[in-house]
Each structure stands twice: as C-alpha cells, then as structure tokens.
Design a protein around this ligand. Structure first.
Ligand code: NDP
Length: 236
C-alpha cells in the first residue's frame, strides 16, 4: 500500500494486518512513524516492510512495488492511499502545484497499479482512495484536488473492466472528512465540512480501513468497478 505511515493509511495497514495480511507500505518523510507501524504489524505476527518512496517519483514507485513483491513472493492486495491535498482559488494554483498533485494523486495510482499487476493473480484486489470532493464540489477552492480525485473513477472502472477476466477487482472509496493530519477535526475549515455531512461529524481513519478490509476480504468478491462513499453523507 502507498502512504502507510500516518492517517488513513496507518489505519488501513494495521487493519489489513489484523485480518491476516503481510503489509508493505510506502512513506515520503515519516521514517520513524513508518517504523512504528511496521513494529505494530510485526507484533500482530505478520510480516511488514516500509519503503521510502515519493509517489511523485515514478522510478521510486515502481521499485517499491517490486521490493514488496520480492519480500513477500506475490501481491494480493494493492491499496492506493497516498495523496496530497490542494485547496485554494483556481487562479492561485501554480503549474508546480498542478504537476505535484497530479503526479501524486493520479500518476502514482496508475503506475503503482500497473507495477502491482505484474505480481497479482486470480483473486487480486486493487482499492484506491479517492475523495468525496470527486462527487460533490461542496465549497470553492477544490478545482485541482477534485480534478485529481475524479480521474481515479476512470482508472478504477477501466481497470475493473480489463482485469475482470483475470479475477482481479478494482474499486474506489470516497472518504468524507476524516480526522487526520491532512484534515484535522479541529482545523480551520472543519466546522464547514461537518456541516456538509448528513451525520454532522468527522469520520475516523478506522472507518475507511473497515471498508478497505471489506473490499479486500470476502465481502469484496463480487464487487468491482464500484465507488463506495464512506463520507457521513457528504455527497448525499
Ligand atoms: P495524511 O496527510 O494524514 O497522511 C498521508 C500519508 O500518505 C502519509 O503516510 C504520507 O507519508 C503519505 N504520503 C503523502 N504524500 C506522499 C508521497 N508523495 N509519497 C509517498 N507517500 C506520501 O493524509 P490522509 O490519511 O488524510 O489521506 C489519505 C488519503 O485519503 C489521501 O489520498 C487523501 O487525499 C484521501 N482523503 C482524505 C480525506 C480526509 O479528510 N483526511 C478525505 C478524502 C480523501 P509521510 O508520513 O511520510 O508524509
């Protein structure tokens, strides 16, 4: 999985390990946090590997997948989680912002899926983390982020169609506001985001991890090409 050192990715890594998976995770900066997650997975009796790999670096992304496959022998589940936020008026978005966000949020899931598929067989699962902003642009300032997350719909549906004959599924989860470093529940825009949900509150990383586990487990056997909102009703 990509981006397993903090936030939603940390919760996903631990949940999949609890459910019996060995887990390889990437991170960009947080080496200590990544090591802590690895230690917690090992304490559960599973194998774990952390690889520093900036999702904006195509070679690093591909190498990380190959390292994971070499360590574990094969890949059964890929979770495309690493992502970067970008909120601000469209006129203020620089070309560098566009390139960075599209590299991390779009190009990396594409390349990671492409690389992982070489090591996946019948029963393989690809789960990608999108965003409720792909379904509802509820407030101004989301043009770049929503553009990037909406691209994952095309990736997921096309992968599902192409990989169905191989018995591999591809699905997308659209989280709503989830309390992480990227979007803290006590941050400046938090009350506004709460107000856009039907439940009137933030989700927890474990809420997203539970749906990843569902799709990666028996519950996902006949689910492919789907987008599942875990957003407290943000898009309702
Ligand atoms: P956080 O910022 O809390 O954590 C991001 C994780 O991804 C960290 O492990 C980080 O590694 C890693 N990461 C970030 N950029 C890169 C990169 N360039 N290369 C490799 N790893 C990277 O984010 P969240 O947990 O909140 O978000 C996870 C996913 O969920 C993202 O795709 C995000 O867009 C999506 N999402 C989040 C929502 C929210 O409200 N939190 C809502 C909707 C979608 P490191 O620790 O090394 O920096």
């Amino acid at each position: 999985m990509t981006g397993g050192s903090r936030g939603i990715g940390e919760a996903v890594a631990l949940r999949l390990a609890e459910d019996g998976a060995d887990v390889a995770l990437t991170y960009q900066h947080s080496a200590e946090r990544a090591t802590e997650v690895v230690d917690r997975i090992k304490a559960l009796g599973r194998r774990a590997l952390a690889v520093r790999a900036d999702s904006a670096d195509a070679a690093a992304v591909r190498d990380a997948v190959d390292q994971a496959a070499a360590e574990f022998g094969r890949l059964d589940i890929l979770v495309n989680n690493a992502g970067t936020g970008a909120i601000g008026p469209v006129g203020d978005v620089s070309l560098e912002d566009v390139d960075r966000v599209l590299s991390v949020n779009v190009r990396a899931p594409f390349l990671t899926s492409q690389a992982a598929l070489r090591h996946m067989s019948e029963g393989g699962r690809i789960v990608t983390i999108g965003s409720c902003m792909a379904e509802r642009a509820a407030f101004p300032g989301g043009a770049l982020y929503a553009t990037s997350k909406t691209a994952l719909t095309g990736l997921t549906k096309a992968l599902a169609r192409e990989l169905g004959p191989r018995g591999i599924t591809a699905n997308l989860i659209h989280p709503g506001p989830v309390d992480t470093d990227m979007n803290p529940a006590d941050g400046p825009g938090a009350d506004m985001q709460r107000g856009f949900t039907a439940l009137g509150r933030y989700g927890q990383p474990s809420d997203i991890a539970a749906t990843v586990a569902h799709l990666a487990g028996d519950g996902g056997r006949y689910v492919t090409g789907a987008a599942i909102a875990v957003d407290g009703g943000f898009a309702a």
